[in-house]
Design a protein around this ligand. Structure first.
Ligand SMILES: C[S@@+](CC[C@H](N)C(=O)[O-])C[C@H]1O[C@@H](n2cnc3c(N)ncnc32)[C@H](O)[C@@H]1O
Length: 294
């Protein structure tokens, strides 16, 4: 393929690939194409279609600048400004968490259980760039989402507009379920509460790979001493905000499953787990909230 590019584009791709390879990046040629395309303000397909072009000084400079940032371990998605999640292109920018492939299992599970509901109401807690709520709406045409986060929600709002679901999603800023007690959200209760909360134990943050540790927000990652702070809070409080037949769906780390199950059975009648594509327990599902008699 490389021989089909102009000499200059070919040279830039070969140099970027080699430099990334020398620095132990795992997919040097794939990353090089993304970096060069982005520096030339093209998507990858347009790069292939415009391969036969000379590079200006400013284009060469843009390529070197992006390559230097990548060598500094800035995530590729922050450099290109896009991440593909559930087949949809989301805009992304630092330090908002880059949606991960394993979170697609959470969305797929939600879509599966919500498909037969007539007009499901979904609360997406810790929405970040809006990935879970927005992707769910694309697959559930009659659903409505209320998406919250403690961080600024402008990026999530822009994604909702870009992906044409803004009429069915409302954004609320605040701590976990607190905004849902303050504002009226439909009848106030959800059919589904879904979240990929921060769940990494604080002590593990310093050993995460540099892409994550130095560039993504620790607010999106740090789940407290045992990683379960937000999970416990959500299990406890969601009972009050779920309809009788409601369900809580959370992304978890596989080793948290036993503790999560024990905790959840205090508040829900039934719990279940779904594995990710590597066979690791990844999604936690709790049904039938135990309602305290007042
Ligand atoms: C692991 S990220 C998930 C982001 C996005 N939902 C996804 O799956 O790509 C966790 C998210 O929870 C948010 N968050 C952290 N603490 C929060 C809190 N107290 N209340 C609401 N959201 C919080 C973070 O800002 C971050 O966006």
């Amino acid at each position: 393929m490389l021989e089909e590019f102009s000499e200059e584009v070919r040279g830039a791709l070969a140099q970027a690939t080699q430099t990334l390879k020398n620095n132990q990046f795992k997919e040097p040629s794939i990353e090089a194409v993304s970096l060069v395309a982005n520096a030339l303000k093209l998507n990858k397909i347009s790069l292939y279609l415009n391969y036969n072009k000379a590079l200006s000084n400013s284009e060469q400079f843009a390529i070197s600048k992006l390559l230097a940032r990548r060598l500094n371990h800035e995530p590729l998605e922050y450099l290109t400004g896009y991440v593909n999640f559930m087949g949809l292109d989301f805009m992304i920018e630092p330090p908002v968490l880059i949606p991960r492939p394993e979170t697609e299992v959470l969305v797929e599970t939600l879509v599966e259980v919500a498909r037969d509901k007539k007009n499901p109401i979904i609360f997406d807690i810790g929405t970040g760039c809006g990935a879970i709520g927005i992707a769910s709406l694309k697959f559930l045409p009659n659903a409505r989402v209320y998406a919250s986060d403690i961080i600024d929600l402008r990026l999530a709002r822009r994604n909702a507009i870009k992906l044409k679901v803004s009429e069915r999603i409302r954004f609320l800023r605040g701590d976990l379920l607190h905004p849902f007690f303050e504002e009226s959200c439909g009848k106030g209760k959800a059919d589904f509460i879904v979240s990929n909360p921060p769940y990494i134990p604080s002590s593990e943050i310093p050993s995460l790979q540099p892409e994550i540790r130095f560039f993504e927000s620790h607010t999106a990652l740090d789940g407290g001493e045992d990683g379960l702070f937000f999970i416990r809070e959500l299990i406890k409080t969601s009972v009050v905000k779920l309809k009788k037949s409601g369900m809580l769906l959370l992304e978890i780390s596989p080793e948290q499953a036993d503790t999560v199950k024990k905790e959840a059975l205090k508040y829900f009648e039934s719990v279940d787990f779904i594995k990710d594509f590597f066979g690791r327990t990844r999604v936690f599902l709790a049904k039938y909230p135990k309602l305290k008699k007042s």
